[in-house]
Design a protein. Sequence first.
Length: 379
Amino acid sequence: MSAVAAGLEGLVVAETALSSVDGTNGILTYRGYNANDIVNKVTFEEVLHLLWYETLPTQSQLDELNSHLARHRKLPDEVLNVIRALPKSGPPIDALKAGVTALGMLDPEQDSWDQGDLREKAIRATAAFPTMLAAYERLRNGKEPVEPDAKLQTAANFLYMVHGEKQSESKARAFDTYLMLLVEHSMNASTFTARSTISSSSDYYSAITAALGSLKGVAHGGANMMAMKMLLEIGDPNKIRAYVDESLQIKRRLMGIGHRIYKTRDPRVNHLMAWSEKIADEVGDDTWYQLAHNMEVLTNDHPYFTERKLYPNVEFYSAPLLYNLGFQPDLMPAVFALSRIGGWSANLMEQVADNRLMRPQAEYVGPANQEFVPIGERG
Ligand SMILES: CC(C)(COP(=O)(O)OP(=O)(O)OC[C@H]1O[C@@H](n2cnc3c(N)ncnc32)[C@H](O)[C@@H]1OP(=O)(O)O)[C@@H](O)C(=O)NCCC(=O)NCCS
């Protein structure tokens, strides 16, 4: 019998004190705090402090972190020039890969594994990510980038830099909630990629670039884009049943549904659903929220999904929420990265604190004892 764990399912590859996911009971904790309990009481930056410095911050610690982030939001000219030079046709998450590579090339301590240096890198990159992405988004739409507003934190600043004008308090809060809910999620594919990359004695920026490549996949962070494309394709609540039936017939997955760990409702979904509905009301278009909601109601009652324990995941209501915040589907995987860089960074600090090269094995199943044939005699 093969010893291979397909998809590494069930394998424990690290100890972590950052987050835990109980997929049976639908509980996510950040350093022991139930995400459900703190979600409406803290900001994204407070959760960053929790992950990077191990505690929720005092007010003065939070002020310090916020001003530190603010100092690094404006992009160095070299980085902005790279973003400007990129083709306008590619997926926006690739602009983050290019931008973070340039940021790393400017860092004289690029290879340092010192915990203080890693925190500094995390602050710089987490602060720069929204500015890079907003700049790319505006440039590809033929507009000039907008500089960050020193008075705004991550969520409100990104909305401001993308749209060129300050957005409502509720939109900023909705996006802040999104950022804090997606920031960290145990050994997901991109976090594993980040930890595995740095384990070969590589550097912070290379690990973030690799993680971006993993996040982009439609089974992971690319699922928000695919979920939104699915909703746009359906377009009409009366067509949901036919779309679901056809999907099952042709074995097409419903995007934003199913999870490797959660065999119940993902605890983040309720918050994203509520914000998605609220922002839909605010912008006066509940088409996409309602479509998603109707699809959830249908699948919750459908034996195919209940037998396999397939429920909406974090991407399902993120899609209509992000769309109504003004983000096109192809921007969405990159928007996810604005949050998850916080978790990747914390994982990289944890990995290097007790590193051993990640070097698993493969079971060889190819041919054996082959006879060498010189090139002229090969048929
Ligand atoms: C997330 C995901 C990759 C997890 O995959 P996994 O743990 O490897 O699960 P499997 O591929 O083994 O699927 C188990 C069963 O559920 C089915 N299934 C899983 N997700 C499904 C979906 N979204 N739609 C329809 N069927 C699905 C599979 O076809 C399989 O059915 P089978 O047993 O009859 O063959 C998968 O659920 C998926 O592709 N979801 C859609 C993409 C998505 O939303 N990703 C974001 C995750 S946060």
